[in-house]
Each structure stands twice: as C-alpha cells, then as structure tokens.
Design a protein around this ligand. Structure first.
Ligand SMILES: Cc1cc2nc3c(=O)[nH]c(=O)nc-3n(C[C@H](O)[C@H](O)[C@H](O)COP(=O)(O)OP(=O)(O)OC[C@H]3O[C@@H](n4cnc5c(N)ncnc54)[C@H](O)[C@@H]3O)c2cc1C
Length: 435
C-alpha cells in the first residue's frame, strides 16, 4: 500500500505521468486541460491496472473547489450533486447529515466517486446495481477546457458515466439517493457448497447485500457476510403475504447449514478484524456497514493484486463449478476470493447488462504467477460470457474485451468527438481505443 501519487495504491504500478497537478479552481482546471497535450484524471489510485495512466499530467481533484457546496441534495428528487473527487466514505457521511444515503457501496469507502464510477465499481446485492447505476448526471471538463454536463435522457449519457477517464475530467457527479437508512451486518461461517449451489437465490437473496468468501479448495464456503437493510422485507426467506419477514438473513443461512462466526471476522485470514465494519447484527448508518472495511483503517491487506470477472447470472452455477475445478491452481496464490451479485444497467461500458455474478480474487503480489493462472481462469470463465473488471488485472486482449461490449463502437466515437486529439488517452485506454 503506497501513499506516493506516482504509484498506485497497491504499489504494483508506477505511472508514466511526467507531472502531477492539483488545480484548485475551475479556471485553473480549464486552462490546464486546454493547454495540455496529454492529461488524465487520477482518483484515489486504487486500480490495479494502468487504466488511469498518462504520459502527460495527472490531475488530482483533492484541492479542487468549484465554489458550490461539496454535497447538495435536491429536496424534491433526492438527487445529490457531489464533488467528484470526494471519497465514498466522505460522501456517505455528508449525505447522512442531510438525511440521505447512497444505495450501495464497494468493499471500501476509501475510493473516489469519479474513479469508482469510471470503472463500474460495485458492491453486492441482487437488487443493487454498480455504483455508476445511481448516477443521473456527470459534469466533465472536456479537451477544449469547456464544461459539458450529461444527464440521464441525453443520447450520450450512457456512454459518459463508465468512461475510464477517456472523455475528460469529471468534476461533479449527480446521484440518486435514498432517505437515510440503517444496515446491520452478520457474518456466518462454513456454509456447505451444496447449500450454496442447491439454492443460490436463497443465499444471495437472504439480505440486501450478500458476500461469500472462499479459497475454492475448501469443503465449505468459509464466510458469508450478510448486510440487512432496516425495514426491508423484500429480502430473506419467509416474507409472508404482507411482506413481513419472519426469518432474519442470519437465520436463513443457519438453516442452510452455516454456523455463527466465532467473533468479528476479516475477509482475509490473518488480518486484524478491527479493520472490518461492525458485525454481530448491530445496526448503524448504511455507509458504515455496506463496505467491508472501515474508513479509518487500511482496507484489505495492501501488498496484493486483484482481478474480477462479471458473469451473467444464468451461468452462475457453471462459473462456480468451473472455479471449484481450478481450486488447486488458484488457492496457493489467493488471499481471498469473493462471490457477489450485481443488478444490471444500461451504461455502454458497464459489464452489468443484466443480473450478474461477480467473482473477485485478491491475489498475493506474484504478478507473473497470477498472470499465468489468469489464462486458465479466463479460458474457463470467458466462454460463459464473463467480462473483466476495468480497474483490475486481466489478460484478455483489448480487441477481445472491446468485442464484449455491444456499444463499444459508440463509446469510441464519443471519445473521438469529445477528445479529437486523444489527450485523455494513455495506458490501457490507448490500447482499448486502438483495438
Ligand atoms: C482494497 C481494494 C478494494 C477494492 N474493492 C472493490 C470493490 O469492492 N468493488 C469493485 O468493483 N472494485 C473494487 N476495487 C477496485 C476499485 O474500486 C476501482 O479500481 C476504482 O476505479 C478505484 O477508484 P479510484 O478513485 O482509486 O480510481 P483510480 O484508480 O485513480 O482511476 C480509475 C479510473 O478512473 C478515472 N478517473 C478518476 N478520477 C476521475 C475524474 N475526476 N474524472 C474522470 N475520470 C476519472 C481514471 O482516469 C481511471 O481511468 C478495490 C480496490 C482496492 C485497492
């Protein structure tokens, strides 16, 4: 884990940027972008691949102030206008002060809004989309230094949200929010694989957000994290005709053969559970329970690599069986692997075009060995329709990845139109837009 802005958070990648700029006003940002040959926004540096790279100037928005409130909620619609450089945890806390909440969050609150949205970052939940799905508007400083706002309903909006930083520097995101709600979290252990495979819907539908952890080689699923939304009767088994839930998510999982966790858990064996969000069924604000890791602690382990594949839900059982078959190959390289679900959206570069099973891998930092095993993993998962996570490590060719997105040509045309000289290209964005 690194705090140096010249390398990514995990320290596996040194950026090619020749300079780092921290514009503090719209005029400074506009002049910087208009005058640059190569320039690219950098978020909180949590991507593992070179999707954020540039050979020019990296733009950080941590000192940026556009003179408007950092977080402003429209009381009628509940839509929040948020500074794009805010971290998810900061946004969640500020929204709570205004009686609102984000609907979903990733495993960590440490990532920036714009960076997470740009790569279709997601949490979990059968009815929760990726973080970008709740975006209803984006304000972007484009190549000429001008500002464009794309709102839902505009023809190009679905191309402008998950955009890999290729269209410009996003300065504001407008997001749909819910009235503030509480979430309680329970962790159960040792769920038999037969129970998960026998009724996947019962497990993933047991709570508002469900995550299962495994190393693939074990007899049981080692941990299941259940995040239950207060007042939400739509999830868990025994909802009666009036929609009132008779069983808690924890009871559903215990009935399927899991056991209560012996105490607070961390998803990675050997890491301190003090870094994990509160467990044991204690309700708290949504933004302090939906992530796995607390904002004031280090997430995950730090010296690691990550990959993730997003599989159409109808192929979920095949994908899980395929991964169990690869257990012996992947297990020695894994810190943890996580199974989540994500609902679909209509964004052109989102890998979630329908209900999706997400298979995540936190690898030990052995880059060559990980890339070697990724070939086997992709041989098994890509034929099932899996797509890689834009911010993580994968080995499929840019041409093959582009072909996985039916609207990719529309996205490339939008990028050409907004950035005719390619100043926002670099690293993986150059590769995929040249595929
Ligand atoms: C410990 C850990 C846990 C993680 N957990 C999850 C998880 O639960 N779910 C998940 O889906 N992913 C997860 N990730 C991956 C992470 O969410 C993504 O890589 C995300 O993109 C990181 O956001 P960031 O702000 O660090 O963006 P960066 O990595 O800095 O940049 C990513 C992309 O966003 C663009 N970008 C950043 N800011 C702007 C801006 N202002 N305007 C335009 N473009 C911009 C960059 O140019 C780049 O293309 C995890 C990563 C780590 C390290």
């Amino acid at each position: 884990m690194s705090n140096d802005v010249r390398v990514n958070w995990a320290g596996n990648l040194t950026y090619s940027a020749g300079a780092v700029a921290r514009p503090s006003t719209p005029q400074e940002l506009s002049e910087l972008v208009a005058g640059a040959d190569r320039v690219k926004a950098l978020g909180s540096r949590h991507s593992f691949c070179d999707v954020a790279d540039t050979t020019g100037t990296h733009v950080l928005l941590d000192a940026y102030d556009d003179g408007r409130p950092a977080v402003a909620v429209d009381p009628g619609s509940g839509v929040a206008s948020l500074r794009a450089g805010l971290l998810y945890g900061q946004a969640g806390a500020a929204l709570l002060d205004q009686g609102r909440a984000l609907r979903t969050m990733a495993s960590l609150p440490h990532i920036s809004l714009a960076g997470a949205v740009a790569t279709a970052t997601h949490g979990s939940g059968d009815t929760n989309g990726c973080l970008a799905r709740d975006v209803v508007g984006v304000e972007i400083v484009t190549a000429d230094g001008g500002t464009r706002t794309f709102r839902r309903g505009d023809a190009d909006f679905p191309g402008a949200v998950v955009a890999l930083g290729a269209l410009g520097v996003v300065t504001r995101v407008e997001m749909a929010t819910d009235p503030a709600f509480e979430v309680s979290q329970d962790v159960v252990v040792d769920l038999p694989w037969e129970a998960l495979l026998g009724d996947l819907d019962a497990v993933t539908g047991a709570a508002y957000s469900v995550s299962a952890f495994t190393l693939w080689g074990e007899d049981t699923v080692s941990q299941v994290w259940l995040k239950s939304r207060a007042g939400d009767a739509a999830h868990s088994y025994g909802a009666d005709a009036a929609g009132v839930s008779r069983w808690s998510a924890r009871e559903v999982l215990l009935d399927l053969g899991a056991r209560d966790a012996p105490g607070p858990m961390h998803p990675l064996a050997g890491e301190d559970p003090a870094a994990s969000t509160v467990q044991g069924g204690v309700a708290g604000p949504a933004h302090e329970r939906l992530p796995h890791f607390r904002a004031e602690h280090k997430p995950s382990t730090g010296a690691e690599l990550q990959s993730e594949y997003l599989v159409p839900r109808e192929r979920a059982a095949d994908a899980i069986e395929a991964m169990r078959g690869l257990g012996a190959a992947v297990r020695p390289l894994l810190f943890a692997s996580e199974i989540r679900t994500v609902a679909g959206d209509d964004l052109w570069l989102s890998p979630f075009d329908g209900d999706t099973l997400a298979l995540h891998f936190t690898w030990k930092p052995h880059a060559d060995a990980v890339r070697a095993v990724l070939h086997d993993l992709e041989d098994a998962l890509l034929p099932l329709g899996a797509r890689p996570h834009w911010g993580k490590i994968f080995v499929a060719s840019p041409r093959d990845v582009a072909a996985m997105f039916p609207r990719f040509a529309d996205f490339a045309a939008l990028a050409d139109r907004l950035d005719p000289h390619g100043k926002f290209r670099g690293g993986y964005v150059t590769e995929i837009l040249s595929a």
